[in-house]
Write a protein that binds this ligand. Structure first.
Ligand SMILES: [Zn+2]
Length: 155
């Protein structure tokens, strides 16, 4: 499990893992010595506290993985910045998302191969709660290269 999370970010460490019938709940921590303010980009290492983000990651086998991540919050020491406290931005866990970017990528690839309803059913079989409307939103927000047709023979 730790190796799976370390692929996301080397700074992740697992504190405890609970196995339930159809879900694995992981309590993890992001160890960081500082971060850049998302508003002014000034680096800060003055810690404010921590907060918990709960999100779903790719399933392990047929079992859903839910992660409770303790993340540090930082003070922004730039007086000209309106942001006084901020949390680090993570590429693999977009802001306000409750699924990791790699889980969204898997759901997206299912959705492009199947229908939104079938994707919802398969996700449900793996303990991932996502509605077909949410699957459609993922598809609509996917950037697709429309300049090259997959049916073009001249490439
Ligand atoms: Zn700032």
């Amino acid at each position: 499990m730790e190796r799976l999370l370390k692929r996301l970010d080397e700074r992740l460490s697992i504190h405890s893992v609970f196995y339930e019938d159809n879900q694995i709940e992981v309590n993890a921590r992001l160890s960081s010595v500082g971060a850049s303010c998302p508003r002014c980009a000034c680096y800060s290492s003055r810690r404010h506290g921590t907060y918990i983000r709960t999100w779903m990651d790719i399933p392990e086998g047929e079992t859903a993985v839910s992660v409770r991540l303790s993340m540090p919050k930082w003070f922004c020491d730039n007086d000209a910045c309106g942001q006084k406290v901020f949390a680090e931005r993570l590429d693999w866990l977009p802001v306000y998302q409750r699924r990791s970017a790699r889980l969204d990528a898997q759901i997206r690839s299912l959705a492009f191969s199947l229908s939104a309803l079938e994707t919802e059913k398969i996700c449900s079989a793996f303990g991932i709660r996502i509605s077909h409307d949410a699957v459609l939103r993922l598809v609509y927000h996917t950037e697709v290269d429309t300049g090259i047709s997959p049916f073009c023979r001249d490439r």
